[in-house]
Design a protein around this ligand. Structure first.
Ligand SMILES: [Zn+2]
Length: 444
């Protein structure tokens, strides 16, 4: 065994198959021993806390380069670290240029290497503009390709219609990379939005009504059908409703290689909250009714969801203002509350580790390196203290703009320390640490 750098002593360690009070030794950025009574010259007393594999948040938007005034890698990754993440997958849109080819990939990679405190993978785009560039993005090391079935909200990232999606999925299947889709049916959403706006109805309820469950279900069905036809690995992001999960479960039974992500906000917040909170709680698909939220939590607890990611999607405050709820930016900033929010909906530590970390690593080709507390894995670790509540206060937000739909809410557990390959990324006592993020490529 190489010389140990330090030991995290006495935490309740969330192992892949059980919880156990153990010591974990780190050296050279790896986990080098897990056991009782380990010794080293430096140690951290973690008794009473859970030690989990760091969350791998497969869904963040940091908007750099090009829209760094919306968030940026420095503030975004630090907020994610404080939420318990050690690795993030950054989406190909909302930065400028969007990640559609090698030059744009390299620009984003350089920005991330300069400022990210977390390891990172990059999604490439699947749009009508860049089908011919998907193989070069694969060479660059993208984690997969992201497509929008409805309008993305930015003109530089056009949506994929059925033909483009089919062609893109066929290419992705050959490249052995997954495709993630934002699944809402454009025809339905655009028609309802146009009708509402034309008749002067711009309110919160009008917006919510323009994104019905039927639009989500139709798109999920179409994406699953195309994935089945092309043999593409499909990951449907931010599913908002139990009916959507049931649709995906049915596709799985038919043999489609599909997994599903939901986000903490669909488990914690409702349409009533959007009316109360306003634009900070606007997202697409939108927040649903209380009954549907409760149903989503039940289904997550039952194992109907494969992964959870935050879809951290920030913007400047001015873009969240105005009376026209269709026009204000849709996107929820939730990276900093990631793991505390999951503990608050009743998931146990093993379920949190699975949904936010191990299952993500497994789906995206990082297993063995990340996503589990095992010998030889990267020492990507997070301590969560279940005796210490976490209040979400605007003054404590590490994001560029202190906007959160959770402001004023208190979570039942708090993240106290985070290490990326053994380097401190963030801690409750000391704030930002010394970690520097690296590009993570999938094993395909
Ligand atoms: Zn997103």
């Amino acid at each position: 065994m190489s010389e140990v750098d330090f030991i995290i002593r006495g935490a309740t360690v969330v192992l892949p198959d059980r919880l156990a009070q153990l010591d974990v030794a780190l050296a050279g950025g790896k986990i080098v021993a897990i056991g009782h009574g380990l010794s080293a010259s430096s140690e951290i007393d973690a008794a009473g806390q859970y030690l989990l594999p760091g969350a791998i948040d497969a869904h963040v938007h940091y908007n750099e380069p090009g829209r760094t005034d919306w968030e940026g890698w420095a503030t975004g990754s630090l907020a994610s670290a404080a939420g318990g993440a050690t690795c993030v997958f950054e989406m190909p849109l909302n930065a400028n240029p969007p990640t559609l080819d090698r030059p744009s990939f390299e620009l984003k990679r350089a920005a991330a290497e300069k400022s990210s405190v977390l390891d990172f993978a990059l999604w490439g785009g699947l749009t009508p503009l860049n089908l011919g560039k998907m193989s070069e993005l694969a060479e660059c090391g993208v984690i997969g390709f992201k497509a929008f079935m409805s309008s993305s909200g930015t003109d530089d990232f056009p949506r994929a219609d059925r033909r483009v999606l089919r062609e893109g999925m066929a290419i992705a299947a050959k490249l052995a990379l997954p495709v993630a889709v934002h699944a809402e049916d454009e025809a339905t959403v655009a028609k309802l939005a146009t009708e509402a706006i034309a008749s002067g109805r711009y309110g919160v309820r009008d917006y919510l009504a323009s994104h019905p469950i039927a639009a989500e279900l139709a798109a999920i069905r179409e994406a699953c059908d195309i994935a089945g036809e092309t043999g593409c690995r499909l990951h449907i992001v931010h599913v908002s409703c139990g009916e959507g999960l049931a649709e995906i479960a049915e596709a799985k039974r038919r043999g489609v290689d599909v997994t599903v992500e939901t986000c903490p906000h669909y488990l914690l917040l409702t349409a009533e909250d959007v009316e109360r909170i306003g634009a900070a709680a606007k997202c697409a698909p939108p927040l649903r009714s209380e009954a549907m939220r409760a149903d989503m939590v039940d289904r997550v607890l039952r194992g109907d969801v494969d992964t959870i990611g935050t879809d951290h999607s920030p913007c400047p405050p001015a873009m969240k203002e105005g009376d026209d709820f269709f026009a204000v930016w849709g996107g929820i900033m939730g990276a900093q509350q990631f793991l505390p929010s999951l503990f608050s909906v009743g998931l146990d530590p093993s379920q949190v580790a699975h949904l936010a970390s191990s299952a993500v690593a497994g789906r995206f080709g990082l297993a063995g390196r990340k996503g589990a507390i095992t010998m030889g894995a990267d020492a990507d670790l997070v301590l969560v203290d279940p005796r210490r509540t976490a209040a979400c206060r605007a003054a404590d937000l590490l994001t560029r703009h202190p906007i959160s739909p959770y402001a004023g809410r208190t979570f039942p557990a708090s993240v106290t320390a985070v290490w990326v390959r053994g380097e401190p990324a963030w801690s409750a006592d000391r704030g930002r640490g010394s970690s520097r993020g690296r590009l993570i490529r999938p094993s395909v």
